[in-house]
Design a protein around this ligand. Structure first.
Ligand SMILES: CC(C)(COP(=O)(O)OP(=O)(O)OC[C@H]1O[C@@H](n2cnc3c(N)ncnc32)[C@H](O)[C@@H]1OP(=O)(O)O)[C@@H](O)C(=O)NCCC(=O)NCCS
Length: 185
C-alpha cells in the first residue's frame, strides 16, 4: 500500500470512484476542488503505481472496474503518473479531512470496489488521523450512513463513537447519518 497526498492528476480517478461509491450523494468535482484548496484540507490517495499493477487489478476485478480504468485512462498520455515510479498510477482509494482549530472533520473516504476489505480504508484513515493529530486537533468528527455497516465497523474499530443522529442527512435517499467522534488526546 502506498498512501500519498492527492495530486491534481489523481482527480479524474478520484471523481470516478466518488461517483461510483456514493451515487447521488457524491461530492461534485467543483465541491471537491473547493475542498482541495480550502484552508486546513488534506487529501490522500492509495495508489498502485505501475502498468503491471493496473493489469493485476483488472485481472481480479470486474468488467465494471476494467471499464472504469479505460474511462479514466483512455490514452497513455492521459495516464496519471506516480512521482516515485514514473509509471501510470491506479488510484485504489482516497480520503480527505479538514482540520480547523481543535476539530478535524473527515470529508470523504472511499476504496475501489474490487480492492475493498484489504486494509486500504483503515490505512487511509490512519493517515488522516495522524495528520489531524500533527495539526494539533483534539478530536475528529465524521458523518456516516446508519446503514453503512462496512464504514461503521471500520470507524468503531478505529475508536470512533456515535454521538448523534442526523435524520434525512443524505440528499440521495433521505437516509439518516450518525455523527461519530474520536478523541485524539
Ligand atoms: C468503508 C470503506 C472505505 C472501507 O474500506 P476497506 O478498505 O474495504 O476497509 P478495510 O479493508 O481497511 O477494513 C478494515 C476493517 O473495517 C471493517 N470492515 C470493512 N469492510 C467491512 C464490511 N464490508 N463488513 C464488515 N466490516 C467491514 C472490518 O473490521 C475490517 O477489518 P477486517 O477486514 O480485518 O475484518 C469501503 O467499504 C468503501 O469505500 N465503501 C464505500 C464508500 C463509503 O461508504 N465510504 C465511507 C463513507 S462514511
Amino acid at each position: 500500500m502506498t498512501v500519498r497526498p492527492l495530486t491534481l492528476e489523481d482527480m479524474p480517478q478520484v471523481m470516478e470512484l466518488e461517483r461510483d461509491l456514493f451515487g447521488a450523494d457524491a461530492w461534485s468535482e467543483r465541491a471537491m476542488r473547493d475542498y482541495l484548496g480550502a484552508s486546513g484540507s488534506y487529501f490522500v490517495v492509495d495508489a498502485v503505481g505501475s502498468v503491471d499493477a493496473v493489469g493485476s487489478v483488472d485481472a481480479v476485478g470486474t468488467a465494471h472496474t476494467a471499464g472504469l480504468v479505460d474511462a479514466v485512462c483512455p490514452v497513455d498520455a492521459a495516464l496519471p503518473r506516480d512521482d516515485h515510479a514514473g509509471t501510470p498510477a491506479l488510484v485504489t482509494g482516497y480520503g480527505g479531512i479538514q482540520c480547523l482549530y481543535s476539530t478535524a472533520e473527515v470529508i470523504t473516504l472511499g476504496v475501489r470496489r474490487n480492492q475493498q476489505r484489504s486494509g486500504i480504508g483503515q490505512s487511509l484513515m490512519n493517515h488522516l488521523l495522524d495528520h489531524a493529530r500533527e495539526t494539533g486537533a483534539d478530536e475528529v468528527l465524521l458523518e456516516v450512513a446508519t446503514t453503512n455497516r462496512a464504514a461503521l465497523t471500520l470507524y468503531e474499530s478505529l475508536g470512533f463513537h456515535r454521538i448523534g443522529l442526523r435524520r434525512g442527512y443524505y440528499q440521495g435517499d433521505g437516509g439518516d447519518a450518525f455523527t461519530m467522534q474520536r478523541s485524539l488526546t
